[in-house]
Design a protein around this ligand. Structure first.
Ligand code: BGC
Length: 448
């Protein structure tokens, strides 16, 4: 069965040899089995249990039961023909209390996963922190506490000591900007704090943790090291000076706060920036060279000047004129091309090769009478974004990989099970996996 050519008549262009095609997942969103292997609680176990936090009242206790079904998921990954699989390691499996020696049973699982991937011809790409902080560290202040950065480096060291000979690319943090803003700024994600711009220490301590972890990884592993940042090109709505100031402020916060210091530029003048938490030497630690910049892209953001009296220096406005996903996010592949060009223009020689570490969309995919899941919107979405990457490469931007978010439908944080991002449909009551038509499309693209 092939869906090739069903939507687009223009053939997809060729990509450079060695271009890394992959799929991404994260631990808490797919693993389930939160009570096995001596795993400790994470902030998401706690948060999901608080009434009203998750739209469907679910938790990640079972998720996709990947901890038990990983062999089937490796086979699905290998069946795509991708060269890489990006997963995350659950810190609470490795250090159940957030500190101290490694829990061997927790690492055993990732050991099997990594070996299974390699045996299937797929490069393991491991993210160390995809938001599931051990609860005891949150009890001590979470990322507001500078000590969490040191704890993170210790966890990186323990993990690399076990897996450093086989993981092909390390990603320290996933989207520190989203973790700071949703988790500590407005409280819609764990740990559910509402500090608005007082959450800047969370930015700095995550970046410091990243820098310390880079050093720990380098000491144990010769593999490449990266960070995965979320980016959103800003579309200024309105044409007043105040609109321009607002657009610049949002751009500094979303697109520069976590990249300027990484690439040796120090902190930009971003809302909330507080030099008091930055100690001598920190910026050098943060600017430790990385081999790859991971770029997670979903959509651009419309920004205009705020109303009088607003607590924010900008106002977000929905962007008209785009198709929309089930999350109501605009489908804007041109935003990805623009963003890649912007990173290139902004950082020039300081910019390492980019890999798009997440790109994808949620739709309400339902199996048809024959049990097949046809998702033409996702094919169109991916087709547009893959072309955008190709155009960016043609314009001289060093992009060396593209990972689809996600391999599987999974537990989408505060949205619970209500948003499906997978190339593979998951029927949660039975855990039955059904590749969607986008899976076949992506497989055919890679084969070509
Ligand atoms: C996160 C994923 C999430 C995806 C879709 C990214 O911000 O890294 O964990 O599922 O967006 O919301």
């Amino acid at each position: 069965m092939s869906w090739e050519g069903e939507l687009t008549t223009v053939p997809l262009p060729d990509f450079p040899a060695g271009f890394r095609w992959g799929v991404s997942t994260s631990a808490y969103q797919i693993e389930g089995a939160t009570g096995v292997d001596g795993r400790g609680p994470s902030i998401w176990d706690t948060f999901a249990r608080e009434p009203g936090r998750i739209v469907d009242g679910s938790t990640g206790d079972e998720a996709c039961d990947h901890r038990h079904r990983y062999a089937e998921d490796i086979a699905l990954t290998a069946g795509l023909g991708v060269s890489a699989y990006r997963f995350s390691i659950a810190w609470p499996r490795v250090q159940p209390g957030g500190a101290g020696p490694a829990n061997a049973a927790g690492l055993d699982f990732y050991d099997r996963l990594v070996d299974g991937l390699l045996a299937a011809g797929v490069d393991p790409v491991a993210t160390l922190f995809h938001w599931d902080l051990p609860q005891p560290l949150e009890d001590a202040g979470g990322w507001l506490n500078r000590d969490t950065a040191a704890r993170f480096a210790e966890y990186a060291d323990l993990t690399a000591a076990r897996l450093g000979d086989r993981v092909k690319l390390w990603i320290t943090l996933n989207e520190p900007f989203i973790h700071m803003t949703l988790g500590y700024g407005i409280g819609t994600h764990a740990p559910g704090r509402m500090l608005l711009f007082d959450s800047f220490p969370v930015a700095h301590h995550q970046l410091l943790g990243h820098g310390l972890a880079v050093a720990a990884l380098r000491a144990r592993s010769t593999s490449e090291v990266a960070i995965a940042n979320n980016y959103s090109p800003v579309r200024q709505v309105g044409d007043t000076d105040a609109d321009r100031v607002a657009a610049r402020a949002y751009d500094a916060l979303h697109n520069r706060l976590f990249t300027d210091p990484l690439l040796g530029r120090g902190y930009p003048d971003a809302p909330g920036f507080d030099p008091a938490v930055v100690r001598d030497g920190d910026l050098d630690v943060i600017a430790a060279p990385i081999d790859v910049l991971g770029v997670n892209y979903y959509n651009p953001t419309g920004i205009r000047a705020p109303e009088e009296g607003s607590p924010l220096p900008f106002e977000m406005v929905p962007l008209d004129g785009y198709p929309r996903t089930a999350f109501d996010w605009p489908v804007a592949p041109d935003g990805l091309r623009e963003l890649l060009g912007q990173l290139h223009d902004r950082y020039r020689d300081a910019l390492p090769p980019i890999q798009v570490t997440e790109s994808g969309c949620a739709y309400d995919d339902v199996p048809d009478a024959d049990g097949r899941v046809h998702d033409p919107e996702r094919i169109a979405y991916l087709d547009g974004h893959v072309r955008a990457v190709h155009e960016a490469i043609g314009a001289g931007v060093p992009v060396t990989g593209y990972f689809v978010w996600s391999l599987l439908d999974n537990w989408e944080w505060a949205e619970g099970f209500t948003k499906r991002f997978g190339l593979v449909h998951v029927d949660y009551p039975t855990q039955r996996r059904t590749p969607k038509s986008s899976y076949t499309w992506f497989r055919d693209l890679i084969r070509r």
